[in-house]
Write a protein that binds this ligand. Structure first.
Ligand SMILES: Nc1ncnc2c1ncn2[C@@H]1O[C@H](COP(=O)(O)OP(=O)(O)OP(=O)(O)O)[C@@H](O)[C@H]1O
Ligand SMILES: [Mg+2]
Length: 613
């Protein structure tokens, strides 16, 4: 598979839904870039104007110290060549002073500007991350964690470099140039005209080169996202990689990504590298012109050798900032591509939000009603995953959902905490539509143990406490006991303080499930959603957990999904799903007697149990 193809796809995906981009050759600073830049300055740079004023003041001092340098050089040559011996100490002292002052301001300036930029990008990361955390579940699952990570790290560092270059160059270097050009004019205005005539010729090629850089930068950033995604995916899939001997496969996939980034980086470097020699060549032209002119002027006695030396010093000192300004345009283009990507995140507003003035949910019995609910995952999903489901889970009872894999059980359960919103129909809790009450109150009323358990890299205690962040030690232990987790926790090296490795690798599947249960129990919510919460347990721990759950679910409305039918036999109601529809409902005995789908499932599972045990 060629790597450039997905990069292009990502490219257009990134810009889709925004102002349409003119295709083909783009002007370096089109309307869209200017708007983007203006918006970024308004949102992120302008609020820091005070620090910027400080930085600018330092810049002015720095520029003054810089401008004084060629003047000192002129003075020293003029006085010393005249044989003015007693001036020597003053000249030396002045040089030392100017140099020291310049170094001092340079230090302050570096620290101040770096602080502004670091603070800004840190705030930007924090803001973007918080925004992402509040984004819809569907949006977050659309992009891999690696790609999102890359936007927060790689893209923001492009912005950081761009800002650093912008503050240093746009402000410090352009001021230096102004001062140095001023000095040059003061020293010899005619000679200055030669210099000033040469540099503007460089403007057109610079514009063309930077336009190209923007394009490369977009693709680089998208490929960096791909690379980060590839890396995190392969690193977190080590178990699969080891057991299937996929080391070489993984290395090949990741290497391809590294190579593509290398290729794009080199492309950017080659493009950017054209700038410097070009500016250097223009500088050479200017110097040659100046020397020819100076020879004539000194010979005819209009200027002194000191004038000439001072002028050349100023010219040489100006060449570095002039080159930096030439390079700045490229950096800004790269930063703009990154700003676009970050705004891509920030501009997406969550769809699942509180209705205006939504009151909190008032749970009395915990009656959940599905009223003709249908749901489609949208984009790409051809069929509705849930179709016309009408169901009542009476307050305090247990409703079991069973059915084949892919029947829509998890989907139906995920609709209750509004991880997704129903496509049509409504879900009501105690008569209140869940989309008409506040999200916080809704989610506070629900505990979930889902199919895949998430544990953070923290202590066991902290992982249970995620259920309720302000829980006391006793409550945490009680919850662990209720989930039949207390004993195995105490058996860990540091008990409740044992650190769970990244993604909980150091625990068994059943142990992880019991921690998730303890977390849900700790939350102590009136509604409990269990999605195969006991599937990874052996018969013994399953029995223990079930006893605990029986106690815990008493008086709570529980929706439980289980593949093992033995675990749902005691449910107040069993509801069989197929193809997104509810096809049978009733108690275990009734359904078996009816001899329908459920009876078939029971029979096949009994057979399977017989043959396996
Ligand atoms: N995020 C998603 N995007 C698109 N389609 C999805 C998504 N998640 C599930 N589906 C589809 O929706 C249907 C129902 O899936 P669901 O996860 O609800 O099944 P399930 O009954 O829980 O199955 P299992 O018993 O295997 O957990 C399936 O056809 C599945 O392919
Ligand atoms: Mg499921």
């Amino acid at each position: 598979m060629t790597k450039s193809a997905p990069a292009e796809v990502e490219d257009s995906a990134r810009t889709s839904g925004r102002a349409p981009q003119p295709r083909g050759r783009k002007r370096a600073f089109d309307q869209h870039s200017r708007e983007l830049l203006a918006r970024f300055l308004q949102d992120w740079v302008w609020p820091r104007w005070r620090s910027l004023v400080v930085a600018l003041t330092l810049t002015a001092f720095l520029a003054m110290a810089t401008g004084a340098y060629p003047i000192i050089i002129k003075q020293s040559f003029d006085t010393l060549l005249k044989g003015n011996q007693e001036m020597l100490p003053y000249v030396l002292a002045a040089i030392a002073f100017i140099t020291a002052a310049r170094s001092f301001f340079l230090y302050l300036h570096t620290v101040t500007t770096s602080r502004i930029v670091q603070r800004l990008t840190t705030d930007l990361k924090q803001h973007t991350f918080a925004h992402l955390m509040h984004a819809d579940f569907a949006r977050l699952s659309r992009e891999t964690p690696g790609r999102l990570m890359s936007r927060l790290t790689n893209d923001v560092s492009f912005i950081e470099q761009g800002l650093m270059a912008a503050i240093n160059t746009a402000v410090r270097d352009s001021l230096s140039i102004v001062v140095l050009v001023g000095t040059m004019i003061w020293l010899d205005w005619a000679m200055s005209l030669i210099v000033l005539g040469v540099y503007p010729l460089a403007a057109a090629p610079i514009m063309i080169i930077t336009g190209r850089l923007r394009k490369v930068a977009r693709r680089t950033q998208s490929e960096l996202g791909q690379m980060t995604a590839e890396l995190s995916e392969k690193l977190s899939g080590v178990r699969l990689i080891k057991t299937y001997r996929l080391e070489d496969y993984a290395a090949k996939r990741v290497n391809a990504s590294f190579e593509e980034v290398f290729r794009l980086r080199m492309k950017a470097i080659r493009t950017r590298a054209r700038l410097d020699p070009m500016l250097e060549a223009f500088g050479g032209l200017a110097v040659a012109g100046v020397i020819a002119f100076a020879y004539w002027r000194i010979a005819s006695g209009i200027s002194t050798v000191g004038d000439f030396m001072g002028f050349v010093t100023a010219l040489l000192m100006a060449s570095q900032p002039i080159r930096a300004i030439g390079n700045l345009a490229g950096r800004v283009q790269e930063a703009l591509a990154a700003i676009e990507s970050v705004y891509g995140i920030l501009d997406e507003k969550p769809k699942i939000v509180d209705a205006p003035g939504a009151p909190p949910l008032q749970v009395s019995e915990g009656h959940i009603r599905f009223d003709d609910v249908s749901f489609s995952y949208g984009e790409g999903a051809t069929d509705n995953a849930v179709r016309n489901v009408t169901l009542d889970a009476r307050g305090g009872t247990t409703l079991a959902l069973v059915g084949r894999s892919g029947a829509g059980k998890s989907t139906l359960v995920n609709l209750v905490p509004r991880l997704f919103d129903v496509t049509s129909g409504a879900i009501l809790i105690d008569g209140q539509r869940i989309d008409q009450v506040s999200l916080t109150s809704l989610r506070n009323a629900i505990s979930i143990v889902s199919q895949d358990v998430t544990l953070f890299d923290d202590s066991i205690r902290a992982n249970i406490a995620l259920g309720r962040l302000d829980a006391s030690e006793e409550e945490i232990v009680a919850a662990a006991k209720a989930a039949a987790a207390h004993e195995f926790i105490l058996a860990q090296p540091a008990g409740y303080d044992t650190q769970i490795g990244d993604r909980g690798l150091k625990l068994s599947g059943g142990q992880r499930q019991r921690l998730a249960l303890a977390r849900a129990i700790l939350k102590n919510a009136p509604i409990l959603l269990l999605d195969e919460a006991t599937s990874a347990l052996d018969t013994h721990s399953e029995r223990m957990v079930h006893e605990a759950l029986d106690r815990f679910t008493e008086g709570r409305t529980t929706l439980v999904i289980a593949h093992r039918l033995s675990t749902v036999q005691n449910a107040d109601m069993i509801c069989v799903m197929e193809g997104g529809r509810v096809v049978e409902t009733g108690k275990h005995g009734e359904l078996v007697a009816r001899g329908g789908i459920y009876a078939g499932l029971v029979r096949s599972q009994l057979l399977a149990d017989d043959s396996s045990g």
